[in-house]
Ligand binder design. Structure first.
Ligand code: NAD
Length: 480
């Protein structure tokens, strides 16, 4: 069976302890490759390589650094089909989604930050008659990037690209559940002429290799995307070491639909915002609030569309939804559907596992599920499920829906549907979230700040926010 390898100091290498763990294909439920079960010794090797590479990489002109990163972007693009197939196989998502969203976005992430760094400027503050302050933006040194399984290469590169562009050397860890495209990235970087040690990619479990990264004294900043509980643990570990932290965590996003919206546009977008990537996008709107005059109309039209959604193996061109990422995750999602019933919810469509014909009969497929009749403050409506499950609830007033929308511990993204401009501004201002889409969903401009409030995280990614995070400001005053 294939064994993937760590990428340290510009070369693929086995884990120091020689141990491997299984990597399962969600579409079939079968192990299809092995991944290194790395530990603190591999982190040490990666840190040493990064340390040695830092002086030259950080001293390189931004044009030269940008050129290397641009070649990485082109290198992924040149191997598009291979990356798409690998991402879809590793994660269970339809090939069409990996081809249209995941891998093109990884290409864009490297491209975007390769050019963004050329335009990044620092501040200057004049004190009339006294002198001038100017602020230098220095790379931090060695930084750690830890990413989740839902958008594997997309989110991995979203951290690595700004870190590298800013002149840092990186030790990075993809999710152990979806490591394959990160493994392929090592070779692309090598082919692009990236100096050895600038990017080191380690595989393995969060509790061992991830934890060792967070605890390593020479890794000065951690950019993490994943669950809120893991984020809490990382914050507790890193805080006494005074590390810079960027935490992108869970969500329970509201999708608020007013009666005056463009109904057809709203309906087709809500289908996507509910179930794209099997509902496993941190930005999916899992709580759908519908203004009462159109509640019944929405319910009928939505349930009809959802019930026709094709759930199939990822390579099936007809598939609109593929497999959930793992057996434990599928079981978690199914347990929340049971909880919703115990809490008095009615399953309007879905609610069960789908068993496909062999060889996919052991894959992790769940029918897209719509539930109504639940209180806004029950567990199903407060806790993150992160799967193809949405609830629908009627509302009567703006104040009421704002109260319900803001009632969770999370605050990542919100979607609003209305044609009343004043209301859109009013609501957008009062919703507790880092991102608000009005009459749209998942429209992304890479220059905008990305991240959440409350338990959805600390800090922002994207554009200047990311370049600021990955640099240390140093103010210099010169007397006139
Ligand atoms: P997770 O927290 O289990 O794992 C994320 C990463 O952290 C993995 O690489 C994992 O190995 C590592 N990890 C786990 N324990 C660790 C530890 N103690 N120290 C260091 N690293 C550790 O999350 P997941 O299940 O992979 O991803 C799903 C979660 O990610 C959901 O909650 C989802 O909302 C969230 N997410 C958030 C965003 C966002 O931008 N806010 C985007 C995507 C996903």
């Amino acid at each position: 069976m294939e064994k993937i390898q760590n990428f340290i100091n510009g070369a693929y290498c086995p884990p120091t302890n020689g141990q491997y763990i299984d990597n399962v294909e969600p579409a079939t439920g079968q192990v299809y490759c092995l991944i290194p079960n790395s530990d603190d010794r591999d982190v040490e090797l990666a840190v040493q390589a990064a340390d040695a590479a830092f002086p030259a990489w950080s001293a390189m002109s931004i044009e030269e650094r940008g050129a290397v990163m641009m070649r990485v972007s082109k290198g992924i693009e040149a191997r598009m089909d291979e990356f798409v197939a690998a991402e879809s196989r590793d994660n269970g998502k339809p090939v069409s989604l990996a081809a249209h969203v995941d891998i093109p976005r990884a290409v864009s992430n490297f491209h975007f930050f390769a050019t963004a760094i050329e335009h990044f400027a620092s501040e200057s503050h004049n004190m009339v008659g006294e002198g001038i302050n100017y602020t230098l933006r220095k790379p931090i040194g060695i930084v750690g990037c830890i990413s989740p399984w839902n958008l594997p290469l997309y989110l991995f590169s979203w951290k690595i690209a700004p870190a590298l562009a800013a002149g840092n050397c990186v030790v990075a860890k993809p999710s152990e559940i979806t490591p394959y495209t990160a493994y392929l990235l090592g070779q692309v970087c090598k082919d692009a002429g990236m100096p050895d040690g600038v990017l080191n990619i380690l595989h393995g479990l969060g509790g061992s290799v991830g934890d060792a990264m967070v605890k390593h004294p020479k890794i000065k900043a951690i950019s993490f995307t994943g669950g809120t509980k893991t984020g809490e643990y990382i914050a507790r570990t890193a805080a006494p070491m005074f590390k810079k932290l960027s935490l992108e965590l869970g969500g329970k996003n509201p999708n608020i639909i007013f009666a005056d919206c463009d109904f057809d546009d709203m309906l087709s977008t809500t289908l996507r915002s509910s179930f794209a990537n099997q509902g496993q996008i941190c930005l999916c709107g899992s709580r759908i609030f519908v203004e009462r005059p159109i509640y019944e109309k929405f319910k009928a039209a939505f349930v009809e569309k959802v019930s026709k959604t094709v759930v199939s193996f990822p390579q099936d061109p007809a598939a609109r939804m593929g497999a959930l990422v793992s057996k434990p995750h599928m079981e978690k999602v199914l347990s929340y559907i049971e909880l919703a019933k115990e809490e008095g919810g009615t399953v309007l469509t879905g609610g069960e596992r789908v068993i496909l014909p062999a060889p996919y009969h052991e894959g992790y497929y769940v029918r897209p599920t719509v539930i109504e009749g639940l209180a806004y403050d029950c567990r199903t409506n407060q806790e993150e499920i992160f799967g193809p499950v949405v609830t629908i609830m009627p509302f009567d007033t703006e104040d009421e829906v704002l109260m319900m929308a803001n009632s969770t511990e999370y605050g990542l993204a919100a979607t609003l549907w209305t044609s009343d401009l004043k209301r859109a501004h009013r609501m957008a201002d009062q919703i507790e979230s880092g991102i608000v889409w009005v009459n749209a969903w998942l429209v992304r401009d890479l220059r905008t700040p990305f991240g959440g409030v409350k338990s959805s995280g600390v800090g922002r990614e994207g554009g200047w926010e990311a370049l600021r995070f990955f640099t240390e400001p140093k103010n210099v005053f010169i007397k006139y």
